[in-house]
Design a protein around this ligand. Sequence first.
Ligand SMILES: NC(=O)c1ccc[n+]([C@@H]2O[C@H](COP(=O)([O-])OP(=O)(O)OC[C@H]3O[C@@H](n4cnc5c(N)ncnc54)[C@H](O)[C@@H]3O)[C@@H](O)[C@H]2O)c1
Length: 311
Amino acid sequence: MTKKILITGGAGYIGSMVSTKLVQQGFDVTVIDKLNYDPRSLCHLLHYKNFHFIEKDILDKKFIKSIIHKFDYIIPLAALVGAPLCEKFKRKALETNLNAIKFLIKNMKKTQRIIYTNSNSGYGIGDKKKYCDEKSPLNPISLYGRTKVDAEECVMKFGNSITFRLATVFGYSYRMRTDLLLNNLVLLALKNKKLDIFEPHFRRNFIHVRDVADAIVFSIKHFNKLKNNIYNLGMSKANVTKIDMVRKIKKNIKDLKIKYLVNKKDPDKRDYYVSNKKIEKKGFKAKIGIDQGIEEMIRVYKMKIDYKNNY
Ligand SMILES: NC(=O)c1ccc[n+]([C@@H]2O[C@H](COP(=O)([O-])OP(=O)(O)OC[C@H]3O[C@@H](n4cnc5c(N)ncnc54)[C@H](O)[C@@H]3O)[C@@H](O)[C@H]2O)c1
């Protein structure tokens, strides 16, 4: 029987890529999204019979309750994403990122399966320069981070669940995000031919958005092998500092000027190595590296599309 998948927030940066892969592989995919950003992000799927789009707010409890039982897998991606956006709309952030997940879980049957995406950013707050695995404590400093950690806890208590703690995502998606570190540095480098870098030695882990989509497809295909566990999801080779990244960008944009700002502090305190061994041992390994991502983003930005950010 064809597996029925519900993706909330499926028109977003990650969601549009996940929906595309799942539809192309023959799954029956339903997306609920209120199209906050790029309304074209799923148009390329509208001719598929196994794709269904519903423009709705996930905070519409009556509606969610009426359809939730129809699906084998739930992938709740709808959220207010990122610390700045959640600071601006605190109440909405709590309702969307945490309360809506609690409501979903409360109304799911025990046999239904849920795949959740958290951020790994909270590892970096505390013990810096440490190799973080899934047992390292998450101590988020932003409202965004706290709502995601609390929601992860609810999802894992439900039982039939998998959580991915994502590295910083990069690369092109049908709904572009230019605020993500690599995407943003490449955009600024092309536009200004100059980058001002603060806290240049801060290190993070990265992953391409197509690898994230592949990991989610993998987790559906191997759900029993992966279930009831949390996995870091990043590319092991891509534990890189801002300096490493900027040098790689300069290789492609020769006239780029780089200035290191000594006194400016990064409000995002991430500075850590992340281990992705747990998911790699289960058989999934990210493939697309930072260099490939930089080259891709340069080509994307040269298409002169004006991308809208979410804050
Ligand atoms: N992109 C990353 O680097 C990253 C890292 C870790 C975790 N995540 C998580 O992955 C998920 C997707 O992130 P993204 O980067 O694709 O963000 P995004 O902002 O591109 O996508 C979110 C989508 O949710 C929709 N949405 C928001 N509120 C809604 C509501 N009330 N009803 C219906 N739709 C609503 C938006 O319209 C948007 O299409 C989020 O849960 C985020 O916390 C993302």
